[in-house]
Design a protein around this ligand. Structure first.
Ligand code: IMP
Ligand code: MG
Length: 170
């Protein structure tokens, strides 16, 4: 059986793109910026996954977007008249977020913004940019800090490029 411990997973990482320390620093900066800009306001933070969670996916297989977005679970609370920030891991083709922002706009929030830890602008297929972005990265498939490949590598504390041999072998 394959050993999925962190030590084993490190071997599948071609390059560490963003270190644990860089992520900690940037997340702190973004948190401070958002706290300043929303001072005195009540904010609904919507994660794709309470705070409140919504689960949506656009991936046909683990790597290539199918372009079809599916809502697995909708929010429990109303966002009408609320300030909403969607917290996203990574913006890639942008199809998921463009669909989600259109859907949520119809519910008439007071404001709606997107905060993405990572942005891969080279892959964009529609006109959307995150209002808050942690890091702009090149067009490479990355894992770690919550990002997965087939459910694995999420627990790596940094963001790294997955060695293509991992998905090419399959
Ligand atoms: P989009 O609709 O193409 O922007 O897809 C965004 C979603 O695809 C993200 O929320 C991730 O779940 C997934 N995704 C896109 N690029 C990567 C990557 O490099 N690593 C892991 N997941 C990714
Ligand atoms: Mg996501």
């Amino acid at each position: 059986m394959k050993n999925w411990g962190t030590e084993f997973m490190n071997k599948d990482i071609a390059e560490v793109l963003i270190t644990e320390e860089q992520i900690r620093q940037r997340v702190k900066e973004l948190g401070e910026q958002i706290s300043r800009e929303y001072a005195g306001k009540e904010v609904v933070l919507l994660c794709h996954l309470k705070m409140d969670f919504m689960s949506i996916s656009s991936y046909g297989d683990a790597q290539k977007t199918s372009g079809i977005v599916r809502i697995n679970k909708d929010m429990d609370s109303s966002i009408t008249g609320k300030h909403v920030i969607i917290a996203e891991d990574i913006m890639d083709s942008g199809l998921t977020l463009s669909y989600l922002t259109r859907l949520l706009s119809e519910r008439q929030p007071a404001s709606l913004r997107v905060c993405a830890l990572l942005d891969k602008p080279e892959r964009r297929e529609c006109e959307i940019t995150p209002d808050y972005c942690g890091f702009t990265i090149p067009n490479k498939f990355v894992v770690g800090y919550g990002l997965d490949y087939k459910g694995y590598y999420r627990n790596l504390p940094y963001v790294g490029v997955l060695d293509p041999k991992v998905y090419e072998q399959q």
